[in-house]
Design a protein around this ligand. Structure first.
Ligand SMILES: Nc1ncnc2c1ncn2[C@@H]1O[C@H](COP(=O)(O)OP(=O)(O)OP(=O)(O)O)[C@@H](O)[C@H]1O
Ligand SMILES: [Mg+2]
Length: 251
């Protein structure tokens, strides 16, 4: 299963969800590959020293001759490996422009990993450009985090349209795995109202699990840890564990 975490809106919890969902699967003993496709490299820096990164997602997608394994790094989390990103990924679009296979690069290059890693989680940048399209073409499933705040649903039409376009042609088997409410503040009426509205729009596609606001989730990347070792009893650890269960029950 290849899960792309996507929403072109910035700061909605894509990276936090990618790293902790990946870690939740790894905790169950599955071999997991986290693929960072965001030039900001937030997922990568959550687990690796940026200076230790040589070959990365850019090289994976552009250098046809190099062995793909050279882009894989161990993380401090058992069973969790990562293909990190570096800022050079921002050049990808310019590099691939005009290539007939540009949207399929990732799918082709990930193929050798699929047997080794039953779960691959892709963190995407806050755009609907070529990088995100590559993720959607390679993925079997897409998970959409939505922050429960005012304007939460702004832009989701464009995202759903992009998903439909990818399903129409390059990847008909792509499934919307679900929509996840993130950064939820239960105390505010607005957040509760927005949650109700998201429920109405997405119905059964909305995950029952809600990720509430938690300082622990914000802190853990600074210690190169996922939430399960950093704060095992925190709301974030429980909620991302529940999300993993819910994902497994849906696939
Ligand atoms: N449940 C949460 N509770 C508290 N802070 C959170 C939570 N989820 C995410 N954050 C924080 O909110 C910020 C944005 O989250 P994150 O980086 O995961 O979003 P993103 O969608 O990946 O952003 P971008 O679009 O820039 O890649 C980060 O500082 C992160 O630590
Ligand atoms: Mg991010």
């Amino acid at each position: 299963m290849i899960i792309a975490i996507a929403n072109q809106k910035g700061g909605v919890g894509k990276t936090t969800t990618a790293i902790n969902l990946a870690a939740a699967f790894a905790r169950l003993g599955k071999r997991v590959l986290l693929l960072d496709l965001d030039p900001q490299a937030n997922s990568s820096i959550s687990f690796l020293d940026p200076l230790s990164i040589e070959r990365s997602a850019y090289e994976l997608m552009t250098d046809g001759l190099a062995p793909v394994e050279q882009t894989v790094y161990r993380t401090p989390v058992e069973n969790l490996d990562i293909v990190p990103a570096r800022i050079n990924l921002a050049k990808l679009e310019a590099k691939l422009v005009g290539d007939f296979d540009a949207p399929f690069r990732l799918k082709d290059r990930l193929a050798p990993f699929r047997e080794q890693y039953p779960v691959i989680v892709i963190d995407t940048p806050p755009t609907l450009g070529l990088i995100t399209v590559n993720a959607l073409v390679a993925a079997t499933h897409v998970l959409v985090p939505i922050q429960s705040s005012y304007f939460a649903l702004e832009g989701t039409d464009d995202l759903l349209e992009t998903i439909e376009k990818v399903r129409a042609r390059p990847n008909p088997s792509l499934e919307l795995l679900g929509v996840l409410v993130t950064l939820h503040d239960k105390r505010t009426t607005l957040a509760r109202e927005v949650h109700e509205q998201i429920k109405k729009v997405f119905g059964p596609k909305l995950f029952e699990t809600v990720i509430t606001k938690s300082v622990r989730l914000e802190e853990s990347p600074a210690y190169k840890e996922a939430i399960f070792s950093f704060a095992p009893n925190s709301s974030g650890a429980i909620e991302y564990g529940n999300l993993c269960d819910e994902v497994m029950s849906r696939v």
